[in-house]
Design a protein around this ligand. Structure first.
Ligand code: GRF
Length: 224
């Protein structure tokens, strides 16, 4: 079932840092390869360069300070309730985590089931979590890459949407490998969002089927 949208898909983006993936999404929208609109960018870091990027493109940006929520038993959930209020106020249909360094809780996941995406710089389910390029090198893997997946309550565990592979070189440092993976991230994330915008993603259990020309299949890595 593909979707004929009268209006572009409304995106809410959560970002904590430099925001290069946010920039890739902005660029894809501005060049017309992604039929979407970013309605709000929210950060838990006041100084996040991602907020500057949003501002430069005339996108509403909000710093949601975690401090007022700390010290209570439901700190993370309370923060996510405040996030949710903002996302709903701006009528975000799909939420993108783009270098968002907080673990989202059931508050957000249940409000946006299979409607939150994340990009991760490894071929999940290998190397979830942090410092993954360093771990990949320590492990001696020959191929790494990146994964776009739907977000569930388990960290980096949700249904995999698309992946891209990146060969690991013998001379690689974590920085060099990260940079090559990042290039693929910038290509992959907008395409995954476009597939969603076209109504081509169907979640079955923990698999995501991508509809192509009326049929549905599970693509291999690099298939998009
Ligand atoms: C990216 O490597 C992404 O895969 C990971 O965090 C990093 C964010 O980078 N989740 P940026 O802020 O998008 O530049």
């Amino acid at each position: 079932m593909s979707i004929d949208r009268a209006q572009p898909l409304r995106l809410g983006v959560l970002a904590s840092g430099r925001g290069s993936n946010l920039q890739a999404i902005i660029d894809a929208i501005e060049t017309g390869t992604l039929d979407a609109r970013i309605v709000v960018v929210i950060s838990n870091k006041r100084e996040a360069p991602a907020l500057d990027r949003a501002r430069r493109h005339g996108i509403t940006e909000i710093f949601l300070d975690p401090k007022p929520f700390s010290g209570r038993p439901d700190t993370r959930e309370a923060y996510d309730r405040a996030l949710l209020d903002i996302l709903q106020k701006y009528e975000a249909e799909l939420v993108l985590l783009a270098g968002y360094m907080k673990i989202v809780t059931s508050v957000l996941v249940q409000a946006y089931p299979n409607r939150i995406m994340n990009i991760h710089p490894a071929l999940l389910p290998a190397f979830p979590g942090l410092d993954v390029q360093k771990k990949a090198l320590e492990h001696g893997v020959k191929i790494s890459g990146c994964t776009v997946h739907f977000v569930t309550e388990g960290v980096d565990e949700g249904p995999i949407i698309v992946q891209a592979s990146v060969p690991v070189l013998e001379s690689d440092t974590a920085e060099a490998l990260s940079a090559r993976i990042l290039e693929q991230e910038h290509r992959l994330y907008p395409r995954a969002v476009q597939l969603y915008a076209e109504g081509k993603l169907q979640v079955e259990g923990r698999c995501v089927r991508i509809q192509k020309n009326g049929s549905s299949s599970i693509p291999s890595a690099d298939a998009v």
